[in-house]
Design a protein around this ligand. Structure first.
Ligand code: SAH
Length: 233
């Protein structure tokens, strides 16, 4: 069974977008994941297919109407069985590798992509939507966030990455950032590859990498390091 990605959006043309090339693109062609878009506009109201209205209580911008959003969600849920409903939102839980792994193990996801100032809060409550953020900054819409999250999930699906090992060793897989990488030439502009990496001693190499991983995480991401330490004990 393919992993099912459903995108509810005002801009269906944005999908699969960058996920149609390279690793995700090949996986798409191979049927490892499926991309289905659902135009929010189809559920719009009146001659102009309106989807938004002014915020109750006043203020700038527009808000996606509850009735329109609900109709779109119900339409997709009627044709899918029990897929998690995610809504990209700066107020959401921060998306991380653990969430990507968890979603990759499941059958797929529905991404409800907002625009404007977001959607009427009653929809979030009624559908028990999971709000997810890709970081503390504001995008113009949920689509780029849905693409970023989908990319992180798709590369974890069985058969997508050449070597399963590479996903086990990279940053965050064990709670740490990755060690530095090198390749030929051994000497470049007077800078040499660390000697241990050309020693052929696999145990020493593993030890060096673990040390570097710890050093870099401690220095750059004290928050990750603090979370990692208790798991080590
Ligand atoms: N007024 C809102 C921001 C609206 S941005 C606020 O202050 O919270 C428009 C839409 O872009 C959001 O509804 C959300 O779907 C998406 N978006 C913006 N930033 C995002 C982020 N960091 N992560 C995920 N989605 C985001």
């Amino acid at each position: 069974m393919s992993w099912q990605a459903h995108y509810i959006t005002l801009f269906p043309d944005m999908f699969p977008g960058p996920l149609g090339t390279s690793l995700a693109g090949r996986a798409h062609e191979a049927g490892i994941w499926q991309c289905q878009t659902h135009a929010l506009r189809d559920h719009g109201l009146g001659k102009h297919k309106n989807v938004d209205d002014t915020p109750s209580g006043g203020g700038a911008g527009m808000v996606l109407r509850a009735d329109v959003a609900a109709a779109a969600i119900e339409h997709v849920q009627a044709q899918t069985a029990n897929l998690p409903l995610l809504m990209p939102s700066p107020r959401g839980q921060i998306f991380d590798q653990a969430m990507a792994q968890q979603l990759a193990k499941g059958p797929g996801a529905i991404f409800f992509c907002n625009r404007f100032e977001g959607v009427d809060e009653r929809v979030i409550e009624a559908f028990d939507v999971r709000e997810v953020s890709i970081g503390d900054y504001i995008l113009s819409g949920g689509e780029p966030a849905a693409l970023a999250m989908s990319d992180a999930i798709i590369r974890l699906l069985p058969g997508v990455m050449g070597s399963a090992l590479s996903s086990q060793e990279e940053s965050f897989a064990n709670g740490l950032l990755e060690y530095p990488q090198y390749t030929r030439p051994n000497s470049w502009q007077g800078a040499e590859i660390p000697e241990v990496l050309v020693s052929g001693d696999h145990q020493k190499i593993a030890q060096w990498r673990a040390e570097k991983s710890a050093e870099i995480t401690q220095k750059r991401r004290p928050d990750l390091w603090a979370k990692y330490l208790p798991t080590k004990k």
